[in-house]
Design a protein around this ligand. Sequence first.
Ligand SMILES: Cc1cc2nc3c(=O)[nH]c(=O)nc-3n(C[C@H](O)[C@H](O)[C@H](O)COP(=O)(O)OP(=O)(O)OC[C@H]3O[C@@H](n4cnc5c(N)ncnc54)[C@H](O)[C@@H]3O)c2cc1C
Ligand SMILES: NC(=O)c1ccc[n+]([C@@H]2O[C@H](COP(=O)([O-])OP(=O)(O)OC[C@H]3O[C@@H](n4cnc5c(N)ncnc54)[C@H](O)[C@@H]3O)[C@@H](O)[C@H]2O)c1
Ligand code: SF4
Ligand code: FES
Length: 813
Amino acid sequence: MTQAKKLVLIGNGMAGVRAIEHLLKLTTDAYEITIFGSEPHPNYNRIMLSSVLEGGADINEIVINDWDWYKENNIELHTGHTVSRIDTDNKKVTTHLGLEAEYDTLVIATGSNPFMLPIPGADKEGVIGFRDIRDCEIMIETAKTYKKAAVIGGGLLGLEAARGLLHLGMEVDVIHRNAFLMNRELDEPASVMLKRELEEQGMKFLLSKQTASVKGNKRVTGLAFSDGTEICADLVVMAAGIVPNVELAQATGLEVNRGIIVNDYMQTSIPDVYAVGECAEHRGVAYGLVAPLYEQGAVLAKHLAGVDTDGYHGSVTSTKLKVSGVDVFSAGSFRDTPGTRSMRIQDDFAGTYKKIVVKDGKLIGAVLFGDISDGAELFSQIKKGESIEGREKEILLGFAPGGGGAKKDPTAHLAALADDEIICGCNGVSKGAIGDAILNKGCNTVGAIKACTKAAASCGGCKTDVEGLLHLYAGDAVGEPVKEGICGCTTHSRDEIVSEIKRMGLKTIKEVMNVLEWKNPEGCSKCRPSLNYYLGMLFPEEYVDEKESRITNERYHANIQKDGTYSVVPRIYGGVTSPAELKRIADVAVKYEVPLVKFTGGQRLDLLGVKKEDLPSMWEDLDMPSGHAYGKTLRTVKTCVGNTFCRFGTQDAMGMGIKLEKAFERMNAPAKVKLAVSGCPRNCAEATIKDVGLVAIDGGWEIHIAGNGGVHVRATDLLTVVKTEEEVMEWSSAFLQLYREEATWNERTMHWVERVGLDYVKKALEDHEVRLALKDRLDKAISLQEDPWKKIIEDKELRKNFEQITAPQPVQS
Ligand SMILES: Cc1cc2nc3c(=O)[nH]c(=O)nc-3n(C[C@H](O)[C@H](O)[C@H](O)COP(=O)(O)OP(=O)(O)OC[C@H]3O[C@@H](n4cnc5c(N)ncnc54)[C@H](O)[C@@H]3O)c2cc1C
Ligand SMILES: NC(=O)c1ccc[n+]([C@@H]2O[C@H](COP(=O)([O-])OP(=O)(O)OC[C@H]3O[C@@H](n4cnc5c(N)ncnc54)[C@H](O)[C@@H]3O)[C@@H](O)[C@H]2O)c1
Ligand code: SF4
Ligand code: FES
């Protein structure tokens, strides 16, 4: 038996560890592997940092290989160790903490560093890059106390950082040197459309601006530009490009240009030393996207395992901006240069744009905005490099949204792809591999395909195509329903989980996770609160709410604000109060030195800036029920004065609103629920943008449902028209209980109704007996709920604990 060779990997990041994963698939005993990583974390998905910032993922969810993976594969991992010296004569590496390791084979995968502009003041506190978990944490922390952020660089990274900071509640200026955003990936029309879209999301842009210096004393207070103008900023994120991390290689004497120079087998200029990832330069190119780096990793693994390989020949790349609500795709060479011809369609009404670029009869580049569903096919065509002569128009129009030959079957283009076509660029997963997972390995959800092949597990850009393949293979051939796991911890859908809980009578979160074989036994911030909700909804009498599985605001029964203080909103039924109640609120505000008292959009009084330790005493002094302004519960019932005072009013809007609010207060729901009651069709209470909105008419009430006044405004659908207040209570209760029982956790009524269809809801509620049964179940569930403020005031232990808690561990809502 030959002895295993010692392989040392420097850099515990995406490219290096991916190469090791490949290697382990080819051979498990050829190497003894040691990995050094500067960061204190196991291997994680850097791409997903943008989603973490935008609130779409939790830090724990982005780990690719957890601590156990290293153990299971006999890999010695040293996190928090930066290799500071490579001795190629004695084949040994040394870390900054003095740890040494010998190697037979060395792989350098040190990635890149953010390019920090070398301008005066760039070293001030509050000036950061956006590269790792630490940067992400700093942004999240900063947003709690500071308001204004500036992002330098309007490329992919800058825009994703800016979107994340907006999500964290900061005002964001993006400073871009060029006149057009994403100038490296987009042409001018697409860039203009992108800017318009992002401005609507709240981003501000300063284009064609050169930053001259960072202002402030110890901490940044602003930026000064070369044209003499200035802006204020409490946080500056530099996203002006990256620089391959080659210092160590340079000091070792390796041949280095922009990156560490490697050949087609990722070999550097010194024997037995390899480089892979962003730190490597192959044929003059140092890549900054994972797809090519994973291709490099696969070649390196084969070479190290002694498996035949053609080597790495370079990559054509494609990119997709990961900003929710904005679809942008770009691939290949999209600029008009001598020798190229291009075609484009722009539809300003639909907000879509498509450009294709052709050279020597071949498709060499494409840009898509607004509808990127053709991205995979265009990219595949670019990579194939076949002639498209005579088919240019077909390619431009054939898949264009609403274009001449509009796509008829969304899976047709996938069916036409060869098996070795790559569907998931990030993870190098081919159509054939996904087909195999669906047809031969029983994967019938996107979640299962993700777990089995890694397709769609990184940027998510290929998810539509993965879903398409699922329809293509499973939809027709196997006939399995297309469902997705509720989070990365499970492949079970919401409906499967709920029906298994019912069928097997599972009574705790732990039980559900064990029985349904959760991959992560602790669960995550998505599944824990949702299981807590489902169990509470199904077994209102027996289930004991798991406080630790609730989102932060629900654990503290107050809304945590960006500066770490809380807001207190007492319940004011129907928005109708009295001088005595107002006086009490005012006295409490004075006693606890509340810095701001504000009327909310739902006609409530919000006491803002309250210290956590003051909360229980304030609630006690207020002696009013919680307004539940923080939870996935009934929030408010907004009312107009109705016929009590208004000459147009036909019904008692205030009385009806108060009745509804008293009936539904403390109602837990999949998401927050807002109601409104207007006394006549003039609709002063804006009832038609609420989850349930009542509009009085002559002799009765219109009951409207599934409206929303938030980011995505949606007018309600008319559910029914009734005559009496009793009927209003019956229909509203039945609708809300149906929603409670059938919606997915975190799904607002508008999304639920859009998903299941208005006709379904109407049909489900048409029977009087069914409505009464639903109403009974809702009344029962609500009757078991106590007022949370009262409970804490009355329970000494709870109160003590509450006051002792120092640092909440937030679970994202
Ligand atoms: C926020 C963000 C979003 C992104 N989104 C996308 C996207 O959507 N699509 C896409 O294709 N790409 C995206 N990228 C780029 C992608 O993440 C990188 O291309 C990829 O991570 C590079 O992998 P790597 O292994 O070369 O480097 P890294 O993942 O950076 O890994 C290098 C590791 O080596 C460690 N290290 C460095 N020097 C040493 C040393 N001397 N000793 C020990 N350890 C060391 C570093 O700390 C780091 O952990 C994104 C990048 C960021 C920052
Ligand atoms: N969705 C994705 O695929 C994605 C997301 C994030 C990051 N990334 C990758 O991460 C890497 C880093 O991203 P990036 O956006 O920083 O790099 P980049 O080089 O793609 O873009 C940097 C941008 O900053 C601008 N810029 C440069 N100097 C400037 C200055 N002084 N003032 C203002 N603007 C300036 C440039 O014009 C350029 O458009 C890239 O390789 C990128 O591809 C990819
Ligand atoms: S909705 Fe009608 S009843 Fe209510 S305040 Fe407006 S006009 Fe008056
Ligand atoms: S292309 Fe990024 S996850 Fe598939």
